[in-house]
Design a protein around this ligand. Structure first.
Ligand SMILES: *Cc1c(COP(=O)(O)O)cnc(C)c1O
Length: 340
């Protein structure tokens, strides 16, 4: 049996999820006639207390649609250097929207209002127009770090004052929410738009949702079509997403406990240089000089455990619902037994 900790996207639909997919009423979603897609969108909008939601094939698409909808070509958006929208979306900020990114080095991927204020351009003809701030919670590249809600409130106040849109890449927002105990509705009030992934910790095979007010989602629907994301009988996928939202949210705690268990095992190893604080389901650690990331990945593979090199000496492991505690215990044993 393979224990795959490369990402929380590797989960496969459970029998109950497949059952929900099999029984999903469907229609043509380009005509907004797919009952299952509509149900998912309404459920999510209500969950966040936002006016509307849009079902899309990926989190890259929901982020890229949001950037397009909030900006004009030639504008600038502010985001952290570690952000997914900047690093892992194929240059989409420039490609899709003709927008440039003003990068700020936050604290493990998290910006604060003061930092943001210093890089908002004043309104001169010759300066790039700042139009959007994009935050990520949890921050993937920074080891699943969580934002302080009070800081987001300060950022929200700043964006209101300076007339900037505020977008959240909430691919793993639910991982943050089970830790902070904040309600999705609070996040619905803080952001103009939110992207959530159903295909990460929640365990759906495909799909993300973009949330916002009705006008924003109407605009986003047009952009989704241009991007080639208008799907037809997408209800089969939406049903999986709805099942995931309803059933797999509260169990995310288990993934976090398992991640901390692996962190503890790593802390005892002499070949580990440092581990980013584990706050959610992502574990990123650095190997000491002289031990290559590939070498460690290979040793794990010999034990049927998959993880990934994350640049330089770093390795990433991500816990999820298809790697329950008994499997993570095996991972800990394998880590303890590794020698170089
Ligand atoms: C996974 C992820 C996304 C979206 O990725 P897709 O693979 O396009 O669904 C966006 N932001 C973050 C932080 C992610 O981890």
């Amino acid at each position: 049996m393979i224990i795959d900790l490369r990402s929380d996207t590797v989960t496969k639909p459970s029998a109950a999820m497949l059952e929900a997919m099999m029984n999903a009423p469907v229609g043509d979603d380009v005509f907004a006639e797919d009952a299952s897609v509509n149900e998912l969108q309404n459920f999510a909008a209500e969950l966040f207390g936002m006016e509307a939601a849009l079902f899309c094939p990926s989190g890259t698409m929901t982020n890229q649609i949001a950037i397009k909808a909030h900006t004009q070509p030639g504008d600038e958006l502010i985001c952290d250097t570690a952000s997914h929208i900047y690093n892992y979306e194929g240059g989409g900020i420039a490609f899709n929207s003709g927008v440039q990114a003003r990068l700020v080095n936050g604290d493990r991927g998290r910006l604060n209002a003061k930092q943001i204020e210093t890089v908002i351009n004043p309104n001169f003809d010759w300066l790039t127009k700042t139009s959007l701030v994009s935050l990520e919670n949890t921050v993937n590249r920074a080891g699943g770090s969580i934002y302080e809600t009070a800081e987001i409130q300060l950022i929200k106040d700043l964006c209101l004052k300076r007339n900037l849109g505020l977008h959240l890449d909430g691919a793993r927002l639910f991982n943050a929410l089970v830790v902070t105990n904040d309600s999705p509705k609070l996040y619905g009030q803080l952001f103009d738009s939110i992207s959530i992934c159903l295909s990460k910790g929640l365990g759906a095979p495909v799909g993300s949702l973009l949330l916002g007010n009705q006008e924003f989602i109407n605009k986003s629907r047009r952009i989704r079509k241009v991007f080639g994301g208008g799907m037809r009988q997408a209800g089969i996928l939406a049903a999986a997403g709805l099942y995931a939202l309803k059933n797999n949210f509260n169990r995310l705690h288990e993934d976090h406990e398992n991640a901390r268990m692996i962190e503890s095992a790593l802390k005892k190893c002499s070949f580990i240089k440092s581990i980013m604080p584990v706050e959610t389901n992502i574990i990123i650690f650095e190997l000491i000089e002289g031990i290559e990331a590939n070498h460690f990945v290979h040793k794990m593979k010999e034990n049927n455990i998959l993880c990934t090199g994350f640049g330089g000496q770093s390795i990433r492991m991500v816990t999820h619902l298809d790697a329950p505690t008994n499997m993570c215990t095996k991972v800990c044993e394998a880590i303890s037994a590794v020698s170089f």
